[in-house]
Design a protein around this ligand. Structure first.
Ligand SMILES: [Fe+2]
Ligand SMILES: [Fe+2]
Length: 274
């Protein structure tokens, strides 16, 4: 099974790249399942229903969120109508929406997707390790799901690596999001789970985390807000993790980064090209 996960879509630049490229990527690589983190899709802050519809229409099977889930207040309402929109599972009980779901891939596989948020330098919410384990125990590989994909939305690489080893052999892929900067450590862990500390954003990299540099720089220099953060509008680099999943075991055979367009050096998953 072929899985593609795309990192945080930032603003119009990121959206345009995903809408333009994802249909082509689905076809070119014969993708079975695509998940996209959409927490910054609306002007860098949250997601609207119209944008969610666009991402789903372009070929995302699932859209995940993070600490920006509720920046657009309408998300608190429309998330209840969209099974394919997930917010972190370890939010307090009673939070609108859901943090996991099982979805059918193009090859017929049942894919469990879980969105969780880290605790270090992040909002204080429930333990992500226990929350994810609860789901994986309830719907394990080959017991309830043919594949399991976890979007771990967290700041620090130590917490992400710890989660990777915690889940190794129990999920198909553990993919880090949130920092908007791709790490170069994608691999298959010893027990068969694909892993990357951060998949990077889909956005304009000639920026500060997808935002026009002037205001972030001003705040570092003066500590006085002078304006709003505005998404950078240059061409976006699409950043994703490509994972080849073994149909029999649900574990990963290969993992490689996919980067396309914009300022970063392009990369392509060779195991899907040869
Ligand atoms: Fe983000
Ligand atoms: Fe985030």
């Amino acid at each position: 099974m072929r899985l593609l996960f795309l990192g945080d879509v930032v603003g119009r630049s990121g959206r345009q790249a995903v809408l333009a490229e994802l249909p082509r990527l689905r076809e070119r690589y014969r993708l079975d399942f695509v998940a996209v983190n959409g927490e910054n899709a609306a002007g860098g802050f949250g997601i609207t229903e119209a944008i969610l519809e666009e991402l789903l229409g372009a070929g995302a099977d699932v859209v995940t969120l993070g600490n920006h889930s509720w920046d657009q207040k309408e998300a608190l309402v429309f998330i209840e109508r969209y099974e394919r929109l997930l917010r972190p599972i370890n939010y307090p009980p009673g939070t609108p929406g859901r943090g996991s779901g099982v979805f059918k891939a193009a090859n017929g596989a049942e894919v469990l997707v879980i969105n969780a948020m880290g605790l270090v330098y992040m909002p204080e919410i429930g333990c992500p390790f226990r929350a994810v384990e609860h789901e994986v125990e309830a719907c394990g590989l080959k017991r309830g799901a043919d594949a399991i994909v976890v979007d771990f939305h967290a700041e620090v690489t130590s917490e992400k690596q710890a989660m990777g080893h915690f889940l190794d052999g129990r999920v198909s892929a553990l993919i880090g999001t949130h920092t908007h900067v791709p790490t170069a450590d994608e691999r298959v862990l010893p027990n068969g789970s694909a892993y990357i500390s951060d998949v990077g954003m889909c956005g304009d990299y000639q920026s500060v985390l997808g935002m026009e540099p002037a205001e972030p720089l001003n705040r570092f220099l003066t500590k006085i807000p002078r304006g709003r953060f505005e998404p950078a509008l240059g061409p976006a680099t699409l950043c994703g993790l490509a994972v080849e999943i073994d149909d029999a075991s649900g574990l990963a055979r290969h993992a490689a980064s996919l980067r396309l367009g914009g300022a970063l050096t392009p990369t392509e998953p060779r195991f899907w090209v040869e």
